[in-house]
Design a protein around this ligand. Structure first.
Ligand SMILES: NC(=O)c1ccc[n+]([C@@H]2O[C@H](COP(=O)([O-])OP(=O)(O)OC[C@H]3O[C@@H](n4cnc5c(N)ncnc54)[C@H](OP(=O)(O)O)[C@@H]3O)[C@@H](O)[C@H]2O)c1
Length: 335
């Protein structure tokens, strides 16, 4: 049995999902030979630290750790000081400077801890530096949850399609935009109306600009370009147009001619723009779903669809990354 001590940094929607999923899957992980213990959870108020495992039932009932923290340690200090093998980083995304996640990941990797994250910011700002830091310290950095949430994309390309040449990846990488465009098409309602409906349902933020201006999708394009296409690009290299200018009339006309209009991210083209997609195409999914078409030399076009967000769904991608780190290490040990 392999003992794995895990620290969680960030205790919001995804953080709660991680605690829930690690608790639910404890037995299944043990059956795989992995004894995964969550020994600390840190948010901006402090840290709950328990060497024999955090009491999930106790913390899951609390929105923040304000009343539970057993230590005032935070951020980089907590990451460096706590004796964990792996850090799960799930603080808010900032694609301009990458903080606070960038500092957290640097602290974890440089102290010899694996990193699993759903936070796009640090990868958009500093992917190649973080990758080198991981290599220099003999640890791994995994980030399946940053693109397409639960939809397997990065691992599918890196592992299952290994040996194929990947010509490109095009898809819908933002569920909020897809929901708005779907509702505008279905009901013939204007953008502002569909947006406010999405906000009422909790699908869009009060400030939706990050999603609807295409910023979130462009960040994902940068991550795919750098990690799967070795491109070394920045956010400013992506040509971005969001969905705010899409009208119900344009959607209706497109539909009449057999097309949907979707916000499509494209790698290696490095574009994000509203795009005509034939109705019935596997990537023309509706509602909050995400999709991606992967164009390969040997396997043709592979399409995946799935939920791009959600507490448990995102935690599922994080769990997969944790397992894959230790499976890879086991294979490495054999060779
Ligand atoms: N939600 C999803 O479905 C989803 C899907 C894919 C990827 N993601 C990404 O995953 C990350 C987490 O998303 P989320 O929805 O869980 O966000 P969230 O609900 O806003 O949670 C973020 C958490 O990080 C905490 N935090 C902020 N600054 C911190 C610091 N310096 N040190 C420690 N903790 C800090 C926040 O505390 P306060 O709120 O008290 O500041 C909060 O608990 C984001 O980067 C997001 O883009 C989310």
């Amino acid at each position: 049995m392999r003992d794995i001590k895990v620290s969680l940094v960030g205790y919001g929607i995804v953080g709660h999902g991680v605690v829930d999923v690690l608790t639910r899957k404890k037995k299944a992980l043990r059956e795989m030979g992995l004894n995964v213990s969550l020994i600390s959870v840190t948010d901006h108020t402090g840290t709950v630290l328990a060497e024999d495992g955090v009491d999930a039932a106790k913390i899951l009932g609390e929105k923040t750790l304000a009343n539970l923290a057993t230590s005032s340690m935070k951020g980089k200090e907590a990451i460096a000081a706590i004796d964990s093998d792996l850090v799960i980083e799930v603080t808010p995304t900032n694609i301009v400077h990458g903080q606070p996640g960038l500092g957290h990941m640097e602290a974890a990797l440089s102290s010899g801890k694996h990193v699993v994250t759903s936070n796009k910011g640090p990868l958009v700002v500093s992917y190649s530096r973080l990758k080198k830091l991981a290599e220099d310290n003999g640890v791994m950095m995994k980030f399946e949850a940053t693109v397409g949430g639960t939809m397997p994309l990065i691992s599918l390309v890196e592992r299952t399609l290994v040996g194929n040449t990947i010509f490109g990846i095009r898809g819908i990488f933002n569920g909020t935009c897809n929901y708005i465009l779907t509702r505008m098409t279905e009901e013939g309602i204007p953008y502002a109306h569909a947006l406010s409906e999405a906000q009422d349902m909790g699908i869009a933020e009060a400030d939706p600009s990050y999603d609807v201006e295409g910023v979130d999708t462009a960040g994902k394009v940068v991550i795919l370009a750098n990690s799967l296409f070795d491109m070394n690009v920045k956010y400013s290299d992506v040509d971005v147009t969001g969905i705010t200018g899409v009208t119900p009339e344009a959607l209706a006309l497109a539909k009449k001619r057999g097309y949907a209009i979707k916000l499509i991210g494209d790698v290696p083209a490095l574009t994000v723009r509203p795009t005509l997609v034939p109705l019935g195409s596997p990537i023309a999914v509706s509602g909050t779903l995400n999709s991606a078409a992967i164009y390969t030399d040997l396997s043709g076009t592979i399409t995946v669809t799935g939920l791009g967000a959600g507490s448990i769904e995102t935690a599922s991608a994080i769990l997969t990354d944790i397992i894959s780190i230790y499976r890879t290490k086991r294979i490495d040990a054999i060779f």
